[in-house]
Every structure is written in structure tokens, then in C-alpha cells.
Design a protein around this ligand. Structure first.
Ligand SMILES: *[C@@H]1O[C@H](CO)[C@@H](O)[C@H](O)[C@H]1NC(C)=O
Ligand SMILES: *[C@@H]1O[C@H](CO)[C@@H](O)[C@H](O)[C@H]1NC(C)=O
Ligand SMILES: [Zn+2]
Length: 327
């Protein structure tokens, strides 16, 4: 028994070196040195960035279609890869996304998290220089390229749906299955299957229409500049203890207390801000009447995707008409 722990440690280190994924977030392995081993990490279109809300270009893109996001998915794996916690789907078909800024279909590959030492830091992208305590990255690869490894060779190969977290006094029940899996994967290179079926929509915020989008890179080596980023504006709210559970995860070097890359220069890039054209109409309404009949959460539970349907549009038009009469 006494020999086992050092052996495992040596094995984990060995594996990291062999696989060539030797990077970290401190000292000689930290983000300031990634460019020495991975040339692309010193590129001009890197992520993460700070999004200055005064400098974004407002647009109304086609509806984003989230397919299979409300499926109840079995056989979901939770893995500690020594850098983060990964959630992977083994059964086909995988959820997919299209529409918005995307040209073609993108298939789910994996999702993972970035967090910080305490609740004041942890997100990768920042909004007006504000950090959030944690960030979720849902990674999808373009179907045309068939595999994630082929997709990273193309400038439009990946899209990442990014979600920020903020603190709430109440726990988020959909995250219990994740945090209960975390206690079984505290050691690096361990994996468990989730106890219950898993649904993507359950762990996301209500508003999936307002997001920032820009072209950037992977935020870990090899930092390939192949990512269409979508950063959703509405954060997901978790209880402090639910975020704390992620800080218990270990790498070969000890607890992963932080795993976010610092912001990179935005350079010549433009960040677009997608607003739903119907949104302004929502604001004109009697809030309570609207939310009870048309709350986005209800739409999510029944629809296959969070797309605005024709009846919604007609409803909006009729309300504009009503407003005209009143005025
Ligand atoms: C949070 O952690 C950072 C990095 O360790 C540290 O600089 C900062 O003082 C901490 N903030 C609080 C409120 O503890
Ligand atoms: C984690 O381990 C506990 C205790 O062995 C077990 O009851 C639980 O089902 C496990 N959870 C997951 C998600 O593997
Ligand atoms: Zn990430």
C-alpha cells in the first residue's frame, strides 16, 4: 500500500510529460511561459479577453438552435484530467448547436470548468474587467471536420458556449449530481459515471439569447486560434459551497486552487453583442403577466431548442399593435 501512492504520482507525471500536456498555472509551467513550448500561445487572437461593453458592436443574429439540450442523457462521465473537471457524453447522438454566428452544425465534444482561489476571481473572459468566481466551457466541433482533432486544424473548427457563475444564497439543485461526482474524482486521472441522467438545459441560465461573440483561441496549450466564442450574459447562480467543491480537485502537484488563464490583448478584433429583437418588446410589458405565460424556463422545458417560435413573434407584433392603440 505504501508504495502505491508514489508510484501513481510518478505515473501521473510521466503521463503528463509523454502526452505533452505539461502546463500549469504557476511558475515555470504557468501561462507566461506557455508560448515557449507552444508557439500559438503567443499569437495575436488569443483568449481569454476583457469585453468592454462600451466597445461591442450590437447585432441581431439568426436564432441559436440548441439541439438535444433538454434530452435526459445517460452514461455521462465526469473526469479529473489533472487540469480541470471534464464532463463527457458517451452515448450517441451528442447534443449539437447551430445558428447564431455559426455556419453549419457543431457537435458536442466536452464541457469543463475554470475557477479561482476565492470568489473574487476564476473566470477567464471578463466583462468590463469584472471577474466571476467560475466559468463553464461547453466545447463543440464542426461536423464537417468529423473529429475534434481534425477540427482544431481549421480556423472555424470549434465553438465554445461560455457561461459565468455568480454566488447565490440558495443551492442550485441541478449541480448536486456534479458536486457529488466531484468527491469521487479528487485525484488526477480518475473518472466516474454520473449517478443520474444529465440534461444540459438544467445547468444553464434562462436567457440564452443575449451573448457576446468573438473569434479567439483555446485557453490552454496548444492555444489554437480556432474558436468561435459565445459568452452568455446571464450568469448561472450557485451556492458558495457548490463552487468550493471544485477547489478540492487535485493535480499531481496538489489542489487545483485556480486554473484560469489571464486576459490576452484583444488586438484588431471586434466583439459582437447579440440582442434578440423581441427583447425590447418584453420590457414594455406587464412583467408578471408575461413571465407567467411566456417565461423562458417554460419554453425550455417543452421545446427541443430555445428558438423563438412563430407564435412568439406574432404575439410580439400584436402587442406592438396594442401599444399603438393605447398611445
Ligand atoms: C483572492 O485570491 C487572490 C489570489 O490568491 C488574492 O490576491 C486576493 O487577495 C484574494 N482575495 C480575497 C478577498 O481573499
Ligand atoms: C461517489 O462515491 C459514493 C461513495 O462511494 C457513492 O455513494 C456515490 O454514488 C458516488 N457518486 C458518483 C457520482 O460516482
Ligand atoms: Zn476552458
Amino acid at each position: 500500500m505504501n508504495y502505491l501512492a508514489p508510484l501513481l504520482l510518478v505515473f501521473a507525471l510521466f503521463q503528463e510529460i509523454i502526452v505533452g500536456e505539461e502546463f500549469g498555472y504557476d511558475g515555470n509551467l504557468g501561462p507566461l511561459h506557455w508560448g515557449e513550448r507552444y508557439q500559438e500561445c503567443a499569437g495575436k487572437h488569443q483568449s481569454p479577453i476583457n469585453i468592454n461593453v462600451l466597445h461591442v458592436k450590437q447585432v441581431t443574429l439568426p436564432d441559436l438552435e440548441l439541439i438535444g439540450f433538454d434530452d435526459s442523457i445517460d452514461n455521462v462521465h465526469v473526469t479529473n484530467n489533472g487540469h480541470t473537471v471534464l464532463i463527457e457524453v458517451k452515448n450517441e447522438p451528442h447534443p449539437r448547436v447551430r445558428g447564431g454566428p455559426l455556419d453549419g452544425d457543431y457537435i458536442f465534444s466536452q464541457m469543463h470548468f475554470h475557477w479561482g482561489d476565492n470568489d473574487t476571481i476564476g473566470s477567464e473572459d471578463k466583462i468590463n474587467h469584472r471577474s466571476f468566481p467560475m466559468e463553464l466551457h461547453m466545447v463543440f466541433f464542426k461536423e464537417d471536420y468529423r473529429t475534434p482533432s481534425e477540427a482544431v486544424k481549421h480556423s472555424d473548427g470549434l465553438t465554445v458556449l461560455a457561461f459565468f457563475y455568480e454566488l447565490d444564497r440558495h443551492e442550485h439543485p441541478a449541480y448536486d449530481d456534479i458536486t457529488s461526482a466531484l468527491v469521487n474524482v479528487t485525484e488526477p486521472h480518475t473518472s466516474v459515471v454520473m449517478d443520474h441522467p444529465f440534461s444540459f438545459l438544467n445547468i444553464l441560465p434562462y436567457d440564452l439569447k443575449r451573448y457576446f461573440t468573438y473569434r479567439g483561441s483555446l485557453t490552454t496549450p496548444p492555444c489554437s486560434e480556432v474558436v468561435i466564442w459565445l459568452d452568455f450574459e446571464q450568469p448561472i447562480r450557485l451556492e458558495r459551497e457548490q463552487i468550493e467543491a471544485f477547489r478540492q480537485i487535485r493535480s499531481a502537484h496538489g489542489k487545483i486552487t485556480h486554473n484560469f488563464r489571464p486576459i490576452q490583448p484583444i488586438g484588431d478584433r471586434v466583439v459582437f453583442y447579440n440582442v434578440d429583437s423581441n427583447y425590447y418588446v418584453y420590457n414594455e410589458l406587464d412583467e408578471t403577466e408575461w413571465t407567467t405565460t411566456h417565461s423562458p424556463s417554460k419554453k425550455k422545458k417543452h421545446g427541443n431548442s430555445a428558438v423563438t417560435t412563430l407564435p412568439t413573434t406574432l404575439h410580439s407584433l400584436s402587442l406592438i399593435f396594442v401599444l399603438f392603440i393605447v398611445l
